[in-house]
Ligand binder design. Sequence first.
Ligand code: SDX
Length: 403
Amino acid sequence: MSTATSASPSAAEANFARGLEGVIAGETNICSVEQGKLIYRGFEIHDLAEHATFEEVAFLLLEGHKPSADELRRFKIEVIAERALPAEVIAFLKSCGPMIKSGAAVPMDIVRTAVSILGNLDKDAQDNSPAANLRKAKRLLAKIPTIIGHMQNVIDGRAIIAPDTGGDATLSHAANLLYLMSGEKPSKEFEHVIDVSLILYAEHDYNASTFTSRVIAGTLSDMHGAVTGGIAALKGPLHGGANEMAMEMLKEIMRDVGEKGIGTPAVDSWMQNAFDTKRKLMGFGHRVYKNGDHRAPILHKLGRSLASKDTRNPGGHAAAKWFDLGEQVQKIMLDKKKIHPNVDFPCGLTYFTLGIPVPQYTPIFVASRVSGWCAHIMEQHANNRIIRPLSLYRGPAETKWNK
Ligand code: SDX
């Protein structure tokens, strides 16, 4: 027996969409995700990837329009001034080494907890007004790269880089993120590739983590709580966590077939075994994009070009070999399953080429998507109706407790 509250059983069954597939759950001025185009506030993703910087895109998402030169200058100064972390958060990050070493916590959990502590220290924490929300959004945008950088320093067993300033004020948002993690100032090409990846990851309408943030904001809870929820949702391997899992999958294939196996039927049989065992192949498929993710080819091209010039051996293989393997896997997925890669597949390959530790891939996704989450949280607070869908009851029929 199945009934739904306030709907007749047959109407309920007809309206039921598992995983809310195809359901329009709200309105937004921020982003449109269609098979035809991906648009952020009227600007198409290829246009943004080619002509904008991440700072300009973050401003666009948070303020609602393309920044003038003066607005961008002031925005950058404001964000740079907020990069440093409070002592309490640095103390927590200094303690996170054993939590990660024991396997109890992964970097995404550390980011989630650090953002929660930031909320407990933010003087605007309980103020959901547009002005306070915008101040908090900029502080989160500024501080999450610092959380990632300081955490990586602790994992590497080295002193925390630039704890007083949160990095080097002469570096862009993207370059400073890499600098904070490694202590090395990135090349212009490395800076450009990571900057474009942040643009591509910044926003994607009602995806699982953004919808989570909107549900939390919809109860009039605060921005830090809504962002914390978004981080928890993004961690999942079916969502943001796929960029790490995609790279781990490629490392597994490389281990199994060896470098000489790339381009040979050994990879085809590895994939066939994965199909036979109904394995989810990370970095592939999408709820909305059935003919390909607009973002994937953009990042793949950039990452491939970087890898072809890079002769370093991260993980023991020349970076270009990983793209050879990735392209063979992509071809098999398309030929055999008609499933395209999503943005997480080229992201894994590209971040590996940049030498970024795999467990920091999804935290970097957070550093970018926090701009989209905060835009949606502000939009929800500004025109709110609590989000409360129905469910189909499939439990036991009514009976008496004291028969
Ligand atoms: C992101 O929503 C967004 O916008 C998300 C995102 C963003 O920017 O916010 O784009 C970021 O999360 C991208 C997705 C990253 N996740 C992965 O790469 C994980 C692997 N992908 C799958 O789990 C899956 O494709 C999803 C989760 C992405 C989509 O889930 P759907 O819509 O439920 O999948 P579907 O209906 O298209 O799949 C139908 C069938 C599947 O049936 P089930 O097993 O789910 O019952 O197609 C097969 C499978 O049989 N299939 C896959 C597959 N994806 C679909 N088989 C193997 N590997 C896959 N990756």
